[in-house]
Design a protein around this ligand. Structure first.
Ligand SMILES: NC(=O)c1ccc[n+]([C@@H]2O[C@H](COP(=O)([O-])OP(=O)(O)OC[C@H]3O[C@@H](n4cnc5c(N)ncnc54)[C@H](O)[C@@H]3O)[C@@H](O)[C@H]2O)c1
Length: 250
């Protein structure tokens, strides 16, 4: 396990009620950081032990006023803001299909959650990072947007490709202000999003298609996120980091 020290630093983590967001928030809190967590889901157990270093706000990231007021409030209570992890996302099996036939209301909803929420969080967080003298962001894409799929989920893939594009553009715009922006592209990882893998046999079957022979664990993706946010990555901005056990090699 990698060890980090985020003492005295403050982060916003979206999707913190889900698999990877929770792993990132918990790792950041254990490393001494202050974390504001945003998610639609109720607060998971176990944050009480972190006292005032943990804030959990339940709400919808497509609601710009919820995002802004929560981030402003967190920056005020923490006295600063250093990091933003845009982890929330949706993959709607069955409803997200080929662009040629899917319901365009679903298309718009997926884009609002996967892409536009990142605009809301960045617009709210960057002024506080500037006030803190710099910062770092990670944004969650997927390896799925880098390849084709015989069963397309076009809104997911296209919105996640745009996450990478926007991450690189923010990196360019903010580099001179010491604010870094990087994107993470996970491969198949066991989280609530993949509830369809509901038996050990199904998990093993997905893993058998991956060169490393298994699906990822949320903590492994969190390690990549914490590294990119940390000072260990102080000269890394605008990159696309693939964390997939070698899946894209195939
Ligand atoms: N699990 C995988 O195999 C995998 C692979 C590649 C990429 N990803 C990406 O990684 C990120 C994290 O995925 P995960 O596997 O932890 O998923 P997850 O479903 O466990 O967590 C996602 C969280 O986002 C929250 N969320 C969704 N819509 C929201 C909204 N409108 N407002 C507030 N919160 C909202 C959900 O409530 C959920 O808790 C996602 O962006 C996902 O697309 C996941």
């Amino acid at each position: 396990m990698l060890t980090f020290d985020f003492s005295g630093k403050a982060a916003v983590v979206t999707g913190a009620g889900g698999g990877m967001g929770q792993a990132i928030a918990r790792a950041m809190l254990k490393a001494g950081g202050m974390v504001a967590m945003l998610d639609l889901k109720p607060e998971p157990e176990g944050y009480g032990q972190f006292g005032e270093r943990a804030i959990y706000a339940r709400g919808d990231l497509t609601d710009e006023s919820f995002v802004r007021s929560t981030i402003d409030d967190a920056a005020r209570r923490f006295g600063r803001l250093d990091y933003l992890a845009n982890v929330a996302g949706v993959l709607w099996f069955g409803r997200d299909k080929s662009a040629l036939e899917m319901d365009l209301a679903v298309w718009d909803q997926v884009f609002a959650i996967n892409l536009k929420s990142m605009v809301h969080t960045a617009r709210a967080a960057v002024p506080h990072m500037r006030a803190s003298g710099g910062g770092a962001m990670v944004h969650f894409s997927t390896i799925q947007c880098l390849r084709g799929d015989p069963l397309p989920q076009d809104a997911y893939s296209a919105s996640k490709a745009a996450v990478g594009a926007l991450s690189r553009s923010l990196a360019m715009q903010l580099a001179a202000e010491n604010i870094r922006s990087n994107a993470i592209y996970p491969g198949p990882t066991q989280t609530p999003m993949q509830a369809r893998w509901d038996t050990p046999e199904k998990v093993a079957s997905v893993g058998s298609h991956i060169p490393m022979g298994r699906v990822g664990r949320p903590e492994e993706i969190a390690n990549a996120a914490l590294f990119l946010l940390s000072d260990g990555a102080s000269y890394i901005t605008g990159i696309d980091l693939i964390v997939d056990g070698g899946m894209l090699l195939k």
